[in-house]
Design a protein around this ligand. Structure first.
Ligand SMILES: [Ca+2]
Length: 139
């Protein structure tokens, strides 16, 4: 990347909704710049997961603090934690993007901030999922 600037923050998000994370950089007294990730040409698979908490069960609405563990066959697993912000002056989307490589489905375990767990099996790749806290999630 040939990029020289006086920048203050960066955020990653899937700006063009093709499954890979792009980056927006905020420059000091200048326009923000978008860097489009071209990884979609690799034809790898992905999942997006947005969690919705239940304050009445001790889980904040944005599920900040929740952990998401995604297993994809014998290829391994990925881990994400939902955060309110990261770094200096940056806020990333609460939706979590997870690369799956060539796997076409995944198994997901969510550990909610109150410690309870919720599992989802056989999620199809290249989809966005919204997962709401289930009152019967297990300890
Ligand atoms: Ca993208």
């Amino acid at each position: 990347m040939d990029f020289v600037a006086n920048s203050r923050s960066a955020a990653y998000l899937d700006f063009d909704n093709d499954g890979d994370l792009d980056v927006i950089v905020n420059n000091y007294h200048d326009k923000a710049q978008l860097f489009e990730n071209q990884a979609n040409t690799l034809n790898n698979n992905w999942l997006k997961i947005r969690l919705v908490g239940a304050p009445e069960h001790g889980v904040n609405q944005d599920a900040i603090g929740a952990q998401i563990i995604v297993g994809f066959g014998d290829k391994g697993y990925s881990w994400r934690q939902v955060s309110g912000s990261q770094g200096y002056m940056s806020v990333h989307p609460k939706e979590q993007s997870i690369g799956l490589g060539k796997s076409t489905q995944a198994k997901v375990v969510i550990i909610w901030p109150n410690g309870k767990r919720q599992g989802l099996d056989n999620l199809k790749a290249n989809q966005s999922y919204t997962v709401k806290y289930e009152a019967n999630a297990v300890q």
